[in-house]
Design a binder for this molecule. Structure first.
Ligand SMILES: Nc1ncnc2c1ncn2[C@@H]1O[C@H](COP(=O)(O)OP(=O)(O)OP(=O)(O)O)[C@@H](O)[C@H]1O
Length: 323
């Protein structure tokens, strides 16, 4: 297989242990398989401490796996770092720049260390920081620092971009701008591997995703594949049981599970249209007004919460449960 026809990232049986090999050590990554195809945007999701950053560091070549094999752009990213590094861009969770440098100076420092670097101003323009070029790094807001980190990651026009929680700390407008930039980079053929705690971000951007829990892959696929089979939800409030309605009994709703707290009813169903039709037909026949009626398909967030709870061995929390 030629270099360009291989996946951008292939990891098989990846393990990462912190500390000694005996029982005192900690296995942060436990037998992970992962493939990122060229030109796709792949999101690595998981609960806190699932092992996302530990995995990203292995793929970035910043640490060697305890066991397992990794090929990044056809090379071992740790042993053949010199071959891989010029072709990848890394946006770390925190890449401390000296606070006294101006934004332009900080980027120019990196230009000197980067092969085939874009001009500093071009990278700053990409992330919307050109007008902040003379400001000192210590005076930037948290969101502006994230964008500076991204500018540096983009300096070398990377084929493969690693983004570790790229939009943490960004306001909604800056987040939308980063999403747009990531979409444009992908449209130009850049492969992107990102971690995020924002499920909406993964839903918006990811071609495929993998959810980790305690060092292992729990589920992977496209957003649609991960959501498939997860129940949709209908919720509404029944009117007071006294008065003209008398005692109300819901109709039989096949493939649905009904829970009620007082007058508030939640229906989980794998056949949203059919269940909603049954319910609305029943309400019309009995002239029942369903208060605050809401019907929605399963979202990645709901699927993630359910998958994480299942992986932790607990029953999934009811959707909307404030606990
Ligand atoms: N240097 C280290 N020494 C020992 N344990 C570590 C070290 N770094 C991370 N860990 C542990 O490994 C596990 C995975 O951490 P990691 O940072 O990879 O998770 P994560 O999925 O990125 O978490 P988060 O979403 O909170 O950033 C955690 O339990 C963490 O405490």
């Amino acid at each position: 297989m030629t270099d360009s026809s291989r996946p951008a990232v292939e990891a098989v049986g990846l393990h990462r242990r912190y500390g000694p090999a005996d029982g005192a050590g900690f296995d942060a990554v436990r037998g992970l398989d992962l493939t990122v195809h060229r030109g796709e945007l792949f999101a690595l999701l998981g609960t806190n401490g699932a092992g996302k950053t530990s995995t990203m560091e292995l793929l970035e070549g910043l640490a060697a796996p305890t066991a397992g094999g990794i090929r990044v752009l056809g090379h071992d990213p740790y042993r053949e770092r010199a071959a891989v590094r010029p072709r990848i861009g890394i946006m770390l969770q925190e890449s401390g720049f000296p606070g006294e440098l101006t934004v332009a100076e900080a980027v120019r420092c990196w230009v000197g260390l980067t092969s085939r670097a874009r001009p500093a101003d071009e990278a700053l323009d990409l992330v919307g920081l050109l007008d902040r070029r003379t400001v000192r790094v210590k005076q930037l807001s948290g969101g502006e620092r994230r964008r500076l980190d991204l500018a540096v990651a983009l300096l070398g026009r990377p084929e493969l971009l690693f983004l570790d929680e790229p939009s943490t700390g960004l306001d909604p407008e800056a987040r939308a701008a980063v999403w747009q930039l990531v979409r444009e980079l992908r449209a130009q053929g850049t492969t992107v591997l990102l971690t995020t705690h924002y499920l909406e971000e993964a839903e918006e951007l990811a071609d495929r995703l993998l959810i980790m829990h305690r060092g292992r892959a729990v589920v992977s696929g496209t957003v649609a594949e991960v959501i498939a089979g997860r129940p949709s939800r209908i919720s509404f409030e029944l009117p007071e049981r006294s008065g003209p309605y008398g005692d109300l009994t819901l109709p039989p709703l096949p493939a649905a599970e009904v829970t009620a707290t007082g007058r508030r009813v939640t229906v989980r169903t794998t056949r949203l249209q059919e269940t909603l039709t049954d319910l609305l037909g029943w309400a019309a026949r009995h002239q029942v007004a369903l208060g605050a009626l809401d019907a929605r398909s399963a979202s990645l967030e709901e699927a993630f919460l359910a998958i994480a709870a299942e992986a932790a061995g607990a029953a999934p929390l009811p959707i909307g449960d404030p606990r």
